[in-house]
Design a binder for this molecule. Structure first.
Ligand SMILES: [Ca+2]
Ligand SMILES: [Ca+2]
Length: 268
């Protein structure tokens, strides 16, 4: 590196020290104009979060018979052979629930559309094939040309679980969630897709039937939250087995809760 470049680098580094910090959760904001559009706190707690999966993150599903091209400068992808399909994994934390999946697409074809399915696959037990269950499909209709179509799951949100018995054969296996997008028979740029948006949120677990603490009965208003903290080992209650839900919290207890909840650990 030349001396000039080094000096420029130092100047740039100094300038960057005073530059506004980048948003901590860029890419996690909600739709424009919504309350979440401005809110970094949506990355925490049980608020809705929005996972944007762009077209370039999808794999061609059957490369031998499928190929795609990008529409230069738009972020959209279109098939260059007929009946093309793409897929991608939806990587969400177990315990999350999916409320909707939105397809962003372009469709100027009167006969063919763009489709989207949301799938869960249970990996194969020994001697049996993988099991697939799905939600959808949804599809474009061609009007307006640049459009979004929503797979609304809010009435029965899809609970993300890593280990499940989806085919009810008594044998649970690893489960992965995927989005599949495909187009009808149009080997031109008349059907395109930009990607998908997944609305999801974290939820806390249902409370057990039997109370952990004798002084926090199932009818207590914070029963579910206290049981969740106990199941997470964030709280263990007092040595006599009680939780004392109305007792004040000391700074020492708060430090204990926070350190356990955040899993604070670093090498010695
Ligand atoms: Ca169409
Ligand atoms: Ca099974």
């Amino acid at each position: 590196m030349s001396r000039t470049c080094t000096k420029l680098g130092i100047i740039f580094a100094v300038l960057m020290m005073f530059a506004p910090a980048a948003p901590a959760h860029a890419g996690n904001e909600g739709p424009p104009g919504s309350a979440l559009d401005l809110a970094a706190p949506d990355a925490f707690g049980s608020n809705s979060q929005w996972m944007v999966i762009q077209a370039c993150e999808f794999d061609e599903e059957t490369p031998a018979t499928t190929a795609s091209g990008n529409v230069l400068g738009t972020g959209y992808v279109h098939p260059v052979v007929a009946f093309s399909s793409w897929w991608t994994q939806v990587d969400l934390p177990p315990g999350a629930e999916v409320l909707q999946v939105i397809l962003i697409a372009y469709d100027s074809n009167a006969a063919e559309n763009v489709f989207l399915d949301f799938y869960a696959f249970e990996s194969a037990a020994v001697g049996s094939p993988p099991f697939m269950t799905g939600w959808g499909p949804i599809q474009t209709t061609g009007q307006p040309l640049w459009t979004t179509v929503t797979l609304n799951l809010s009435a029965t949100p899809v609970l993300i679980r890593a280990w499940q018995d989806l085919d009810l054969n008594g044998i649970p296996n690893w489960v992965s969630y995927q989005i599949s997008i495909w187009t009808g028979n149009a080997a031109d740029q008349s059907v395109q897709f930009f990607g998908a948006v997944v609305e999801w949120r974290r939820i806390i677990s249902p409370a057990p039937a039997v109370a952990t603490f004798p002084d926090v009965a199932p009818a207590f208003w914070a029963f579910q939250e206290i049981e969740t903290l106990a199941a997470s080992a964030i709280t263990t209650g007092f040595p006599d087995g009680t939780f004392r839900p109305t007792a004040p919290v000391t700074r020492a207890q708060m430090a204990t809760f926070l350190a356990r909840a955040l899993g604070l650990h670093w090498p010695n």
